[in-house]
Design a protein around this ligand. Sequence first.
Ligand code: IPM
Ligand code: MG
Length: 367
Amino acid sequence: MSNPSLLILPGDGIGPEVMTEVRKVIDWYGTKRDMAFDVSEDLVGGSAYDAHGTPLTDATMAKAQEVDAVLLGAVGGPKYDALDFSVKPERGLLRLRKEMDLFANLRPAQCFDALADFSSLKRDVVAGLDIVIVRELTSGIYFGEPRGIIEDGNERVGINTQRYTESEIDRVARNAFELAMRRNRKLCSMEKANVMESGVLWREVVTEVGKDYPEVELSHMYADAGAMQLCRWPKQFDVIVTDNLFGDLLSDAAAMLTGSLGMLPSASLGAPMANGRPKALYEPVHGSAPDIAGQGKANPIACILSFAMALRYSFDAGDEATRLEQAVEKVLADGLRTADLLGEEGAQPVSTAEMGDAIVAALDASL
Ligand code: IPM
Ligand code: MG
């Protein structure tokens, strides 16, 4: 049998340097756990634009469709701000999501005990927090037509369209219910049914799907109130399901509850492939952080934890995912901190590479 295949797209900014640390972890699994992957690497985002004049070539797109999983670093940077919208780095990522049809984006927000004091909220509000936002990723206002900037009389008008079909809501809702079933059987759906028709439909369809999951306690919240509740008492939630734009905003807010954006992984999942596993792309929630790129300051944990999600969801290796998550927990408990996690005065940060090496050492110690 051939090895499982993994396409690595480091991207821009800190993407390549955090991915270097993930490669160490992947190599560790190959040599120490007899789990070799066929790894190929390619360009996405600004780096692809620099090389090919497009943020994602058709060849890379085709490769992404064939592999068992894609692991992406980050895209974007000020260098590309002036580019035409159609070739901006972000378009590369959006094309991957859309053409691979990765409609369910799982964004866990988990507060590591060692970092609970690092949150901008009080320790008792965040300690032990473990929630997942399921964000619809391939529709809504990100992709709805019509869109554009048009002339209307003597001024220009910017247009984007929020559009959801019943089937698009149905499939992401089912995904969220399935996840809730594997967790604490509690799901909160967020929209703006008070002002948006798409929100009214969203609530109706989620409620309908909920009849197939009577064990799950379903609640609904307007997304603005949801944002407020996330800051007030986030532990009231377990799984949250929401649309593309609200999910983008709420997941950044949820991420910050945990202390640092540098900690959080994500999985973007599509329909099952022939082997029964979902088409999948894994990426950290953080961006390309161009201000610190190339300085060895970036935190590789979010990207490493994204690989842990790949082990769990694409490679049937939940135990190995847990091993990796525990290795991360251990280095944090040991006091290792990259610059983004430093509060105390006089504390010395470790570099991106030192953090990666420490996690590999913790993996070794786990054997
Ligand atoms: C995210 C990012 C992306 C998004 C950008 C980079 C296109 O903010 O993954 O949350 O808006 O979806
Ligand atoms: Mg975002």
